[in-house]
Write a protein that binds this ligand. Structure first.
Ligand SMILES: Nc1ncnc2c1ncn2[C@@H]1O[C@H](COP(=O)(O)OP(=O)(O)OP(=O)(O)O)[C@@H](O)[C@H]1O
Length: 772
């Protein structure tokens, strides 16, 4: 095992410098895997068998194939290199020779799901709509070293199935069914699985190289030297055909960068960095031309075979070449299974069901065309010929599949795979807290610098407004009327500068999206995000508070003195930080940026109104407005702190009309303004700081609760070991298959040659609840 090695796992170990085949021979399965009952042969044995018996290579397994069959274990790539078929192209081979083995392959992931049903809660789609079924009794499996394609017409539930298997269903979805990893319910440890989502959420200001490189730093352990991380990141980028776009910015809201297809490939790069054991891909080829699609998918299939990775990909419209790369197909139509099995069986199933693929047509095109009923009406109008509609064809196929040998075969394979066993997956070594903090702070600092909408535009506007205030209220002086003028300058500055903090909201929403994706993948935690965001924003906030603040302070002639000026800009800075913290909460609760701006502006408007300026504190209606709004409004503490800073120690001539010789002290002014004088201005500043901490803590709690990643190893007990052979016969067969299930005797370990293998009762299960 890698852990036993005296060298760090990421160090260039002797095995990585060996030829490719030696590394598989030296790699091998974990002792757990070797000892576990019913475990398939992987690692060195798989490689060995595949090397010695190259004829065992092939994607289609026989009906009675054991999951221990070496065709799909780690080392398939090695076998490919041996038997001369499907050899890696020279460039890929050169790259593969440098692939750093992240962890020993172990048994790999054998994922099974039975009778998965997903319904969307009432009213989730449209108001008043009843609960709707999205997935209806889906069963299947995905095995190590193979690529399973989930296909079907748009809206059939591909993404929902991926989300269900990955434990990412939203709260509005209800789910039942049994989902097991190697026969047990277990959480997916960090680095075990990765999910490439349909919407490529990336930091738009970074270049391709930077995006992957920072991600490598976040995901890979500290024991791996930085130059190696950089080299690994670049290698992964080149593997995805992005060598030429390496230094191009990703682009997004403001500037155009790489193309949509390239963005998709960058997303795949980021998730492939740690070579996960289970990879979910949602539309990996969307936006790619056929050559790029083939390149990307063949690379993924190669890595899957080589590193015993389980790949589940929802694919829209694969070309013939890409379709040939898939080992298994899960064909869905409107939430039901049309077919599950090997690609060659799919063609056979369609023939036997009366829907043969026309000559020269791509089978995947044929399957999708047959079951897409979205255009039935239009087709019926434009065609006089009497032929089956897609709706009828879908019904025929789904019913035929349910009672066919193919579904029985799938059920039998699920039973076999549930006996896989093996130790729970270990959490992969990750970067330390301090490394993540450093990398995130640096990345965020660069992003804030490059995204003009984050702070620079605000700085420009603040400078402009500061100049306006400074010239309009130029040198307010120390007359009686200057008391009111000073109050107005203070109130306007506080309100406007903090209100304008919502200007950075769109940029922040994008940050939150990236954070959500990375957090769900377990790259780092909420603490790292919050602290790094605060650290990186600090210098900019100081900048945008100090420059305009100092300018308008000087121009308006507020109370002179370095201490007064320092307090003024420090409070401005704290207010901006506080409003940003508030907007962070809004961004996770209301992820749409337009709605977020409206909500944020509304909340600030109410706070401002109750800050004790527009209506003096004692005049505020007690219920709601005074208690609690006045006390939770940060404007109260900011404005009162400013007042104390401004008026304490000053005295003004009294109103000429009342008594020309009298003076008004600053304390009297504060009394008139109903400022709470029981504590100093520094306490006001401390309260603002405390409020900022509270806001960030609330953000932390919300995120912790709502965005929970799927790492941390489970301690759930292994499932009862099932007999690895099919013990069950199905009722009836409408469709005969060319391959009949095996009638091999059950092994002695089974103990029940004729009885049914132990089956778990279908638990009302939410993988999400297990995972989180
Ligand atoms: N969170 C949700 N709330 C309400 N309805 C949803 C939700 N997620 C999915 N659906 C509905 O479930 C159905 C299946 O959606 P899903 O995204 O899984 O389909 P898909 O096959 O991946 O589609 P496409 O190929 O177009 O991406 C759709 O009708 C969609 O409207």
């Amino acid at each position: 095992m890698a852990a036993a090695s005296p060298l760090p796992r990421w160090a260039p170990t002797p095995s990585t410098s060996l030829p490719l085949w030696r590394r598989w021979v030296d790699g091998g399965a974990t002792p757990d895997a070797q000892q576990a009952p019913g475990v398939m042969m992987t690692g060195r044995w798989s490689s060995f068998f595949r090397a010695v018996f190259p004829c065992t290579r092939g994607r289609d397994d026989a009906d009675d194939s054991r999951i221990s069959r070496p065709a799909s274990g780690a080392g398939a790539g090695a076998a490919a290199a041996f038997d001369g078929v499907d050899v890696l192209p020279p460039a890929a081979r050169a790259a593969a020779a440098h692939v750093v083995v992240v962890d020993d392959p172990g048994p790999g992931i054998f994922l099974t799901w039975e009778d998965v049903r997903v319904t969307v809660a009432a009213g989730a789609r449209t108001r008043g709509a009843p609960p709707a079924s999205i997935l209806d009794g889906i069963s299947g499996h995905a095995r190590a070293g193979e690529v399973l394609a989930i296909m079907g017409p748009s809206g059939c539930g591909k993404t929902t199935l991926l989300d269900t298997l990955a434990g990412r269903l939203g709260a509005e979805m209800n789910q039942t069914g049994v989902i097991l990893i190697n026969g047990r319910q277990q959480k997916l440890a960090f680095g075990t699985s990765a999910y490439v989502t349909q919407d490529n959420v990336l930091m738009s200001t970074l270049s391709v190289r930077e995006a992957v490189y920072y991600s490598a730093h976040l995901q890979l352990p500290d024991t791996m030297p930085s130059p190696e991380k950089r080299a690994h990141a670049e290698r992964v980028i080149r593997e995805m055909g992005l060598g030429d776009a390496m230094d191009t910015r990703i682009g997004g809201r403001i500037s155009r960068g790489i193309s949509g297809g390239q963005r998709k490939r960058v997303s795949i790069c980021v998730e492939m960095l740690t070579r996960p054991r289970l990879l979910f891909l949602d539309e990996p080829t969307s936006g790619l031309d056929s050559a790029a699609s083939y390149h990307v998918m063949s690379h993924i299939a190669r890595v899957a075979a080589r590193e015993s990775m389980t790949v589940i990909a929802a694919v829209h419209q694969p070309s013939g070449d890409v379709f040939d790369l898939f080992h298994r197909l899960c064909l869905l139509a409107y939430g039901r299974t049309v077919f599950f099995g090997t690609v060659s069986d799919a063609t056979e199933f369609f023939i036997l069901s009366g829907f043969p693929c026309p000559h020269l047509r791509n089978p995947s095109d044929h399957f999708l065309r047959t079951i897409n009923k979205d255009f039935d009406e239009e087709t019926a109008e434009s065609s006089n010929a009497k032929r089956r509609t897609a709706a009828e064809a879908t019904d025929i196929l789904t019913n035929a599949y349910q009672s066919s040998n193919y579904s029985e075969k799938t059920a039998d394979q699920i039973v076999e795979m549930k006996g896989t066993g093996g130790a729970p997956f270990r959490r992969k070594e990750q970067a330390s807290f301090s490394t993540k903090l450093l990398v995130l702070t640096k990345r965020s600092f660069i992003n804030m610098h490059r995204d003009i909408g984050y702070y620079w535009m605000r700085l420009g506007i603040y400078m402009g407004i500061g100049l306006c205030i400074g010239t309009i209220f130029y040198q307010v002086g120390y007359t009686y009327s200057s008391i009111q003028t000073r109050c107005e300058v203070i109130m306007y500055t506080t309100a406007l500068l903090t209100f304008m903090a919502i200007g950075g909201f769109p940029s922040f929403v994008e940050d939150i999206k990236v954070f959500r994706r990375e957090r769900l993948s377990g790259h780092y935690g909420v603490v790292e995000f919050v602290v790094s965001n605060t650290l990186s924003a600090g210098p900019y906030l100081a900048f945008i508070a100090v420059l305009p603040g100092a300018m308008l302070y000087y121009l308006t002639g507020l109370t002179a003195g370095a201490g007064h000026l320092a307090y003024f800009v420090a409070t401005l800075c704290m207010c901006t930080l506080l409003v940003e913290s508030m907007m962070m909460i809004v961004a996770v609760v209301v992820p749409d940026f337009l709605m977020g701006i409206i909500v944020g502006a509304g909340v600030q408007g109410v706070m401002m109104l109750n800050g004790g300026f527009f209506r003096l504190p004692k005049e505020l209606p007690k219920p709601v407005w005074r208690y609690p709004c006045y006390y939770i409004s940060f404007h109260k503490y900011a404005v009162q702190g400013f007042y104390k800073n401004e008026f304490l120690g000053l005295s003004f001539p009294s109103d000429q009309l009342v008594d020309p010789n009298a003076t008004v002290s600053g304390l009297q002014v504060l009394d008139k303004l109903q400022v709470e004088m029981g504590y100093s201005k520094w306490v006001n500043l401390a309260i603002l700081f405390g409020m900022m901490v509270i806001y960030r803590t609330i953000f932390f709690a919300i995120v912790k609760d709502s965005i929970d990643p799927q790492f941390l190893l489970a301690a759930s007990p292994p499932a009862a070991t099932a007999c690895p052979l099919p013990c069950r016969r199905r009722r009836r067969r409408n469709i005969s298959s060319s391959r009949e299930p095996s009638s091999r005797p059950h092994p002695p370990s089974c103990g029940r040659p004729t009885a049914e293998p132990p089956r778990r009762p279908p638990l009302p299960l939410s993988l999400h609840s297990i995972i989180s």
